[in-house]
Design a protein around this ligand. Structure first.
Ligand code: XMP
Length: 527
């Protein structure tokens, strides 16, 4: 196992991710971790980057015992400075921040006096390589015993290594994709220098996570969590079910604005297919009655749906706890969240050695007075890893690859007032669109697609009659991060078919338009 000590850089988790890609197992712990409290001995240590200056009074430092361990160590950015500080207190504020691409020149030392291990970090790499820098401080000079192994035009000590010990520091970030060959360097360190095993797999992640959940929750503890039918909540739920079986209570709130047949399908898949202990609450009427009369305020729709969700979830949690406590000791004390790594907003504070290193966000908007402790088994994973994990856990393919669906559901795809009739129209049109996208083999190429219902009427002729009916707008986008997106270039024949089917099959619609707005300036959703 490689120990990653986190100084709070926005890239820290990428280090663990890259090591996982190399099938190397690692654990990331706060930089203040005491070595004596660690129950295992790492094969190597990586010190991450971080937003602090090592020389400032409130700067975090590692337990000095780490340096006595005698295992290889790699300091990245702040990590390099931490090593330099430990050995020589020789870090200064730089005159200018260095941020962005830089060209690194590797200094090789051959087999001479300081050869051998110092060259290993850059083995197999070109002498010139593109790297990503993000730092303000720099070394004034090398600490005793170290030599330079890489430079850039702006950083004379972009890479250093100890002459006899396997201690390395690099100023750039090998873990980000902007350092294209960074993975080779991490492999050189973890696999060649530390001799870490390369037998870590997603299957092992499952075993470890299940063991961790069991230890956390205990013999009797109970966990509740909302599921939506999306990949994240389903994967998290399946993991809980594997770990604690019936003591995990999944709740699906039918808010009346899910997709066509969705509540029923999710129930079938989760209950019959995956064996998850699921309670479906049909609260459609409550939601729809509260949405009545909101004609021109998308944020109000979101708020009403969010608040009603909390209310229903709380009622359900109380009911489940009441029923469950009759035969199982203890109230429900845990809340499952399918938080992924990109959702985790990092905020760090060091106020002494025991300070929390990370606090975050997103308790799904649930009120604190529910007094639930959070359990987030996916918080270190990225979306593609969650999909791999889902496949591993036997979750059906179509669910693993399901497009994202917003919490407020099709309510924010029905522009104007949400009424049961508008919901029917939007649902039916959406169903046809998605069905055709799947039939054309395009579902995975498109990142997200849906039919929206516009709050206007247009004239058409159907048969011999003039009609005055509504307009459906189709939206389909390609994106990798949902921050920017482009509309998907369907061919004309495909759009023609979808349009014909929607107009013919969905009562109340006489026109179909295709939204050709990118994001920005548009958003993916229409409200
Ligand atoms: P926008 O419309 O902001 O959407 O370009 C970006 C991504 O976020 C989803 N989205 C939401 N998800 N609650 C959610 O759970 C919301 O209120 C919400 N609004 C947008 C959207 O579907 C897209 O994937």
């Amino acid at each position: 196992t490689i120990l990653v000590l986190d100084f709070g850089s926005q890239y820290s988790h990428l280090i663990t991710r890259r090591l996982r890609e190399l099938n190397v197992y690692c654990e990331m712990l706060p930089c203040t971790q005491k070595l004596a409290e660690l129950e295992w001995t790492p094969k190597g240590v990586i010190l991450s980057g971080g937003p602090y200056s090592v020389y400032s009074d409130d700067a975090p430092h590692v337990d000095p015992a780490i340096f006595e361990l005698g295992v290889p160590m790699l300091g990245i950015c702040y990590g390099l400075q931490e090593i330099a500080w430990h050995f020589g207190k020789n870090v200064l504020a730089g005159e200018k921040r260095e941020y962005g691409h830089a060209y690194l020149k590797v200094d090789r030392h051959g087999d001479g006096e300081a050869g051998g291990h110092v060259d290993k970090l850059f083995a197999g790499l070109e002498d010139d390589m593109e790297v990503w820098m993000s730092h303000a401080d720099k070394l004034s000079h090398l600490p005793d015993g170290f030599i330079t192994v890489a430079t850039t035009s702006n950083a004379p000590f972009a890479g250093m290594a100890h002459k006899t010990k396997k201690l390395y520091g690099i100023q750039f970030h090998p873990e980000v994709t902007h350092t294209p060959k960074g993975i080779v360097l991490l492999k050189n360190f973890a696999v060649d220098i530390c001799q870490a095993k390369t037998d870590w797999t997603m299957g092992k992640f499952v075993d470890q996570e299940i063991a961790r959940i069991r230890a956390l929750v205990g013999e009797k503890g109970q966990v509740i969590g909302a599921v939506s039918g999306g990949v994240d909540s389903t994967v998290a739920a399946k993991l809980m079910q594997e770990a604690i079986g019936e003591r995990f209570h999944a709740v699906l709130v039918d808010n009346g604005v899910l997709r066509l047949n969705e509540a029923k399908q999710v129930k079938e898949t989760l209950t019959a297919g995956l064996g998850i202990n699921l309670t479906v609450v049909d609260a459609s009427e409550r939601f729809l009655s509260r949405l009545k009369g909101i004609t021109d305020d998308p944020e109000k729709k979101r708020k009403v749906i969010g608040n009603t969700f909390i209310e229903v979830f709380q009622e359900t949690a109380k009911k489940i706890a009441r029923e469950a406590t009759s035969d199982r000791a203890g109230e429900i004390e845990w809340l499952l969240q399918g938080t992924l790594y990109p959702d985790v907003i990092e905020s760090i504070s060091f106020k002494g050695p025991s300070a929390t290193i990370k606090t975050h966000h997103n308790v799904g908007g649930l009120p604190k007075d529910m007094n639930l402790k959070l359990i987030e088994p996916l918080r270190e994973l990225f979306k593609d890893e969650v999909r791999e994990l889902g496949t591993n856990l036997g979750i059906p393919e179509d669910l693993v690859w399901r497009h994202p669906f917003p919490g407020p559901g099709i309510a924010i795809r029905i522009l104007g007032e949400v009424t049961p009739e508008q919901v029917r129209i939007a649902r039916e049109a959406d169903y046809i669109f998605i069905e055709e996208i799947k039939a054309a083999g395009l579902y995975r190429k498109v990142s997200q697609a849906f039919a929206a219902l516009l709050p206007v009427k247009a004239v058409g002729v159907m048969g011999d009659n003039r009609v005055h009916a509504q307009v459906i707008a189709l939206r389909a986008v390609e994106t990798s991060d949902f921050m920017t997106a482009d509309w998907y270039p369907f061919d004309g024949a495909f759009l023609k078919k979808v349009s014909r089917r929607i107009v013919n099959e969905v009562d109340g619609v006489c026109r179909v338009v295709y939204d050709i707005t990118s994001k920005p300036p548009g958003t993916i959703e229409m409200e």
